[in-house]
Design a protein around this ligand. Structure first.
Ligand code: AKB
Length: 317
């Protein structure tokens, strides 16, 4: 295997922090440089190089690429759906400027490979809601979704015009107990576990029957690593791949949690995030990822619930 030097931008965030640890395990601690505008958890900070860097600071990113002789970049910094609705121009700036910096570095042959996360937010109210196909109507109605869809178009463009090896996944809501997410519409599905253990009660900001595509973190990391390791000829989609594991509603999640904590109570008080959730698909068809590079998920709702509760209980001890 040729020597990889990886830079993760946004390594202190929810997905970035666990991805960084996995990549360090696979490619060696010294070969995975974590960076973010803020420091991350202890394990991330202790296990390998860490640099403070703003994802929109072109000079700083270029300096890190030159200093560490970076070959691959994972750009995990982004402003998520709920926050982006509150500060749209800041979200646009962060989500787009950071992507162009990386795509241009690849175009100039300063790096070899790029991973950039997209999201189910690229879909909108006019998209088929069930088993949403890989290629379909995409009219996102959120700032975050517009930025992700635009990003996808640019990724494909850079691949077609300049041969940039960029790879991407449309993540569903990602569930994990290690690092909290921030500013997403699917965040309820993580908060609910924390509150179930802390107070036995949670108030959901989404209605009881709001079904959204979700995935356990380990599956998301596995998919990311597998897509980046796939031979280029197997990566047939250069915008972004649909990826799915499960769909559940707040009510279905509560029913599963009650199997472990029978007294758990779920209340509902929908807010502005309901409208965002309503605009997204409730299930995703990911046949392209399964056929092209062999994607398969391991976690269903029962396994995810067990893992979340046992992981959080262990952390509390
Ligand atoms: C969000 O809720 O904004 C994210 C996403 C689905 O991309 N978790």
């Amino acid at each position: 295997m040729a020597l990889k030097k990886i830079l993760i931008i946004g390594a202190s965030g929810q997905i970035g922090s666990e991805l960084a640890l996995k990549l360090r395990e696979l490619y060696g601690n010294e070969n995975v440089i974590a960076s973010d505008i803020k420091e991350g958890g202890e394990e991330l900070m202790q296990s390998g190089p860490f640099e403070i860097a703003d994802a929109t600071d072109k000079d700083r990113i270029e300096q890190l690429v030159a200093e560490y002789k970076i070959t691959d970049i994972y750009l995990m910094a982004a402003m998520l759906s709920a926050t982006a609705e509150r500060i749209p121009m800041k979200a646009w700036e962060l989500n787009m400027d950071s992507l162009f910096i990386i795509l241009n570095l690849a175009k100039e042959n300063k790096i070899k490979k790029v991973f950039w996360p997209s999201s189910i937010a690229v879909f909108g109210p006019s998209t088929p809601k069930e088993s949403t196909p890989q290629t379909t109507i995409m009219e996102p109605s959120t700032v975050y979704g517009i930025s992700k869809q635009t990003g996808e178009r640019w990724c494909e463009y850079y691949f077609n015009k300049f041969g940039v090896d960029v790879r991407s996944i449309r993540y569903p809501g990602i569930i994990s107990y290690k690092t909290l997410p921030g500013g997403g519409t699917t965040d309820y599905a993580i908060e609910i576990f924390h509150e179930a253990l802390k107070s036995g009660e949670y108030t959901s900001f989404l209605k009881e029957d709001t079904g959204l595509p979700m995935m356990y973190m380990d599956d998301a990391i596995k998919a990311t690593v597998e897509l980046m390791e796939a031979p280029p000829e197997k990566v047939k989609v250069r915008s972004s791949y649909n990826l799915a594991a499960m769909t559940f509603t707040p009510q279905e999640l509560a029913t599963e949690i009650k199997k472990h904590i029978p007294e758990f109570k779920l209340n509902y008080d929908p807010d502005y995030r309901q409208e965002i959730a309503n605009s997204w698909p409730s299930s995703i068809n990911d046949n392209s990822a399964r056929n092209d590079w062999g994607w398969d998920h391991e976690y269903d709702l029962a396994k995810l619930t067990e893992k979340m509760l046992s992981g959080l209980r262990d952390e509390q001890q």
